[in-house]
Design a binder for this molecule. Sequence first.
Ligand code: GLP
Length: 240
Amino acid sequence: MKFIKFKTEAEAVKHVAEIIVKKIHAKPSLALGLATGSTPIKLYQTLVDDYKHHTISKQATDWSHVKTFNLDEYVGVDYNSEISYHKFMADNLFDKVNINKHNTFFPEDHSFDSLISKQGGVDLQILGIGTNGHIGFNEPGSKADSLTRVVELVPNTIAVNAKKFFNGDINAVPKTAISMGLASILKSKEIILLAFEDAKTDAISKLKKAKSFDPSFPASILTQHPNVTIIFDSSVKVDA
Ligand code: GLP
């Protein structure tokens, strides 16, 4: 695992957006694994800016052949509702670039892993991290061989997401989600994990110390992958 620290989130996000844009130009049918949550919002904005104003690439970035696979979605939500991750992705990225919606995939059942394989696998997976070390919605206790499945959210995740996205209303947060598993994530050819808040300091510090997989800290599965970069900014109090 490589750790790269940037002074600001804007600099970090620009670096990641440059990697993604370069990859799309080199391989127009790039398969991106995408995350939701507060962490990737600025990254998506930066990609949209590039699409609209060529801020990263001098030539237009064509998203029409790009394929995307989202990590997770709440169970039982209307995909058009404000709380759905389908809606989050539409609002933050898909409706703002020329992606073909037929090339955007979300986990609906356990067939998601074979769908990803049939599509050729994920080239680059973008991840956030929960304060408890979850990736996707793989909460502590998730198994190393876990694939896409329905998961119960733990109280800490419900509380954090209530504060961030549901005006503090714990009852409004769905209690179950469908998430790619740890083994699903590990199949990606390359992984970039992002962290831009002081609240992620403990998680990133633990990840830096991790030597092997510990189910109580799901992100430690990344120690088992050959091409992982952790990108964070100075709000995370960890040295690179
Ligand atoms: C959420 C999502 C994850 C996300 C993580 C961190 O609950 N299921 O995909 O990466 O937890 O979220 P945030 O970026 O809002 O801190």
